[in-house]
Design a protein around this ligand. Structure first.
Ligand code: PMP
Length: 355
């Protein structure tokens, strides 16, 4: 079976106009100034290889989250960590499950190692633990759950994840993708981390690309039992994270003000945006409840998602229309700056005739 390529969020229109990019769930407030400084200061010895064991990064993460540094793996974005886990634990004849409307990298990582992706049905766009458990077969090796999920933004509470874990055979690896876990109400999601710290078959993956505003630097990481981490290390590229990127990540971890500011901004405008979409319910618009830094808007009236996508592009906003992921009826819209968020709502109001 051919692998369909990953299609990244666009930053220009068909005619090359640069518009506000709300298509890749990046941090609209930029990057921590401390991370910028550390990045510039570290970009000096360009002739030297980075530390292949990423000691500084692992120690900083361990101190911040109360973890064992030996159980941390790192990679070129959490994308690489996801590829590593597929490579280490699945192969031809194996199956790996993810939820309908799951993150687009999962099927690529699964197919790349010759395994078969299995999609568990969603429940009104949300993760359905019973559907995942029903999809398990003798061949299942990995279950991927993004929590919050991309592109739906939905969040499965801690008890549901624990129920999922309890229902899986111990030889199945549960990968909890926490790319957006810093955005959930009340802050970080410790449930998955606690599971990864105690269970032999759970890996949590995380990223510096979202809350920490370092998407360009490609730093992701994972936490799990020693046997999982060891198996991934065996197939890892030796130097996939850079010296300057690592320095920026370590400094970003220490900039709690920037993180708190980003979290507060996102919570405020995500709530406002979702409320404004609800006001357009008569026109068939619906915001799927989100715990991430984006909202999936479903179009069930006269205004189609495709028309809204084009209209928003004309108004100066690129959002994500996902027909290739089975979502021709929806747009995934990143929570941007205040002006951008208000601008998107104003454009949608105009298109629905509500303005
Ligand atoms: N997991 C999820 C659910 C994501 O949405 C993303 C970013 N699109 C990633 C992982 C990968 O992020 P990165 O490689 O930048 O760490």
């Amino acid at each position: 079976m051919q692998i369909a390529p990953y299609v990244p969020g666009r930053s220009t229109t068909d005619d090359g106009r640069k518009v506000a990019k709300l298509s890749s769930n990046e941090n609209p407030l930029g990057t921590s100034p401390k991370a910028r400084e550390a990045f510039a200061a570290a970009a000096t010895s360009l002739e030297r290889y980075p530390d292949a064991s990423a000691n500084e990064l692992r120690e900083a993460l361990a101190a911040k989250h109360g973890l064992d540094p030996a159980r941390i793996i790192y990679g070129n974005g959490s994308d690489e960590v996801l590829h590593l886990v597929a490579g280490a634990f699945a192969g031809p004849g194996d199956e790996a499950i993810y939820v309908n409307y799951g993150f687009a990298v999962y099927p690529i990582a699964i197919r790349r190692v010759g395994a078969t992706p299995v999609i568990a049905p969603d429940q009104d766009y949300a993760t359905d633990v019973d559907a995942i458990l029903a999809a398990v077969t003798e061949r299942t090796r990995i279950v991927f759950v993004a929590n919050p999920n991309n592109p739906t933004g939905t969040y499965a509470p801690r008890a549901e994840i624990e129920r999922l874990h309890a229902g899986l055979r111990p030889d199945i690896l549960l990968v909890l993708d926490h790319a957006y876990s810093e955005y959930i109400d009340g802050g970080d999601d410790d449930g998955g981390m606690a599971l990864a710290a105690s269970a032999p078959n759970v890996l949590v993956t995380r990223t510096f690309s979202k809350m920490y505003g370092l998407a360009a630097e490609r730093i992701g990481w994972g936490y799990g039992a020693p046997a999982i981490i060891e198996a991934m290390h065996r197939i890892r590229l030796p130097f996939s994270i850079t010296i300057a990127g690592t320095a920026a990540a370590v400094a970003a971890l220490g900039d709690t003000d920037f993180v708190a500011h980003t979290a507060a901004h996102n919570a405020k405008w995500r709530a406002w945006f979702s409320d404004e979409i609800a006001k357009l319910g008569n026109a068939g618009l619906r915001a799927i409840p989100s715990q991430a830094n984006f909202v999936l808007v479903v179009f069930e009236g006269d205004l189609t998602a495709e028309a809204a996508y084009k209209g928003l592009m004309d108004a100066g906003y690129i959002v994500r229309w996902l027909p290739g992921q089975g979502l021709p009826q929806a747009l995934r819209i990143t929570i941007g700056t205040e002006d951008e968020t208000k601008g998107v709502i104003a454009a949608l109001r105009q298109m629905t005739g509500a303005a």
